[in-house]
Design a protein around this ligand. Structure first.
Ligand SMILES: Nc1ncnc2c1ncn2[C@@H]1O[C@H](COP(=O)(O)OP(=O)(O)OP(=O)(O)O)[C@@H](O)[C@H]1O
Length: 523
């Protein structure tokens, strides 16, 4: 290369590398090389061999650069010629319109009468595409021009491949974003329907949701099974600043212990047999969104340690990974268990409990907000009728609502929803009687049902119930045992008896109890 050629190569390459948008780079380069070569227009083309089509992906004139996708199908002769001329890397064409390969392309670009140069762009023996340079009308390319253009072969090839990959990435990103929006909407449709009772039985709960939603603080949802903890988690996410991000749910009780780490934290390719490619865990998927940890009380001890680290450090370690990955998540946890009691009995890490329980919300059972039943019944009748594609939407019979209100709904809203669904299946008519609920009301008084209605084994244990009650009273009394305003007076037992019980049940003395997270709604 002569000194002039080196200078030309350097300056032209700088312009080619100036932008990932190939049309801009092409335009800048054309403006420069026009000082040396009579170039009217430059274009990039990609040949789709399976379809016999030349696609022009970018063009630049002295005025501007333009990204495009102009497809020019080749006739049989043109397709044969592409194969034949494979080893010729630069071709000079006196009249573009006359050549079976350039002819159809030049026609689409209004350049049939021009002469031009066509140069294959090859990297590591892979044919990437073609650069065509159209000559200024009335001028001709000479061997010196061709030599200069050929100097730029590699920079053009690298620019083309980078740009095409970049475009593909952008396309995939848009597709993913679109899929994500669609899936989030679907999820919202399936799970996060409107919160019925938000102005009545759940008024206080919704007030707390409104207060905590815009913050990034963790939220702990407490309540019996089927009370709507997931519905509330969804409402928090949807009213938060993260609403356009993902809401990722993890049912901690449903993932086998052996899979817990890889499900939560993901893994690197080759981390274990069968890890064929990198997989992001659910925590990482919740990046810039909300992670909903349902049944948090069931999280195995080892996973608790790792989750605590995530909450403290805001980063995760993929299984088999070498470097931690930063995550920006908001955590909502939910449980029907007495997490506080579990932490005391060392069945759940106390530090994790305190971390998650910054803002507890207790969702009351349906029996404590029976005023919501008519609206819920109406909501489920409408929802289920739609799902079942019923032509008409039935209504409850006159006395049916009384029957529903008399029952105490141990399975909460889920049980009510199932009852409505069953009733719709059994009654093809326009009136729903809910007769089976009367039978349930009666049998609810039998011992068997009393047993069934207890939510967990812990709550049936006398010690656990006693421990919970003593703790609540101590909370109310600021940890004081004795005296006028002490817990022993409230419990109507002797202070030494209370102390003995506290010792036996492992309840700490003093104000320590006051720090505990109350399981009632705080405002
Ligand atoms: N306030 C509400 N408005 C409308 N539907 C509700 C409401 N609360 C609960 N549901 C419905 O009741 C069913 C149970 O609710 P959800 O799954 O949120 O309860 P949960 O407390 O998370 O239960 P679990 O403890 O078993 O996970 C769902 O189908 C949900 O859509």
């Amino acid at each position: 290369m002569t000194t002039d050629e080196k200078h030309f190569f350097r300056e032209a390459t700088l312009r080619i590398c100036e932008s990932l948008e190939i049309e801009k780079a092409l335009h800048q380069c054309l403006l420069y090389i026009r000082e040396f070569i009579p170039a009217e227009q430059m274009n990039f083309h990609v040949y789709h061999r399976d379809q016999g089509v030349v696609e022009t992906v970018a063009r630049a004139t002295s005025k501007s650069g333009e990204a495009m996708s102009v497809r020019s199908p080749l006739a049989e002769e043109g397709r044969r010629q592409v194969v034949k001329q494979r080893s010729i890397r630069v071709r000079i064409i006196d009249r573009l319109g006359d050549d079976p390969v350039t002819g159809p392309v030049a026609e689409k670009l209004n350049a049939s009468d021009l002469s031009g140069v066509v140069m294959d762009l090859v990297l590591e023996k892979t044919m990437l595409g073609v650069l065509s340079v159209f000559c200024t009308p009335g001028k001709k390319f000479d061997p010196g021009h061709i030599r200069l253009l050929y100097l730029l072969n590699k920079p053009f090839a690298i620019a083309l491949t980078n740009s095409l990959r970049y475009r593909e990435l952008m396309k995939l990103r848009d597709l993913l974003a679109d899929d994500n929006r669609y899936l989030q909407d679907e999820l919202q449709r399936l799970t996060g329907e409107e919160v019925i009772g938000s102005d009545f039985g759940l008024k206080e709960v919704m007030e707390m949701v409104r207060r905590v939603a815009p913050l990034d603080s963790p939220v702990l949802l407490l309540g019996e099974t089927g009370t709507g903890k997931e519905v509330i988690a969804n409402a928090i996410h949807k009213s938060s600043l993260r609403k356009d991000g993902p809401l990722i749910k993890v049912n901690c009780g449903a993932i086998p212990e052996t899979l817990m780490d890889s499900e939560l934290f993901g893994y690197e390719k080759g981390a274990f047999t069968g890890a064929l490619s990198r997989k992001r865990g659910r925590i990482e998927r919740a990046h810039r969104g909300t992670l909903f940890l349902d049944e948090i009380g069931e999280l195995p001890a080892e996973a608790q340690v790792r989750l605590l680290r995530v909450l403290q450090e805001k980063e995760i370690d993929r299984v088999g990974g070498t470097a931690p990955v930063k995550v920006d998540i908001r955590v909502i946890a939910a449980t029907h268990r007495d997490l506080e009691g579990m932490a005391d009995q060392k069945k759940f890490r106390a530090d994790l409990y305190f971390r998650l329980g910054v803002f507890p919300i207790l969702i009351p059972p349906l029996r404590e907000r029976k005023t919501d039943i008519p609206a819920l019944v109406q909501h489920f009748i409408l929802k289920k009728s739609r799902e079942m594609k019923r032509a008409t939407v039935p209504s409850p019979a006159p006395n049916a609502l009384d029957r529903l209100m008399a029952y105490h709904w141990p399975g909460n809203i889920r049980e009510l929803e199932n009852t409505v669904e069953r009733s719709l299946i059994l009654n093809p008519g326009d009136v729903l009687l809910f007769k089976e609920v009367s039978a349930r009301v009666k049998s609810a008084f039998t011992m068997r049902n009393v047993h069934n209605h207890m939510k967990t084994e812990e709550s049936m244990e006398l010690d656990a119930v006693m421990s919970g009650h003593i703790r609540r009273v101590l909370d109310m009394c600021g940890g004081r045992v004795e005296g006028e305003r002490g817990a022993a007076r409230v419990l109507n037992i002797h202070p030494s008896t209370l102390r003995k019980r506290m010792k036996k049940l492992g309840i700490p003395f003093g104000r320590k109890t006051g720090k505990r997270i109350s399981s009632t709604i705080i405002s």
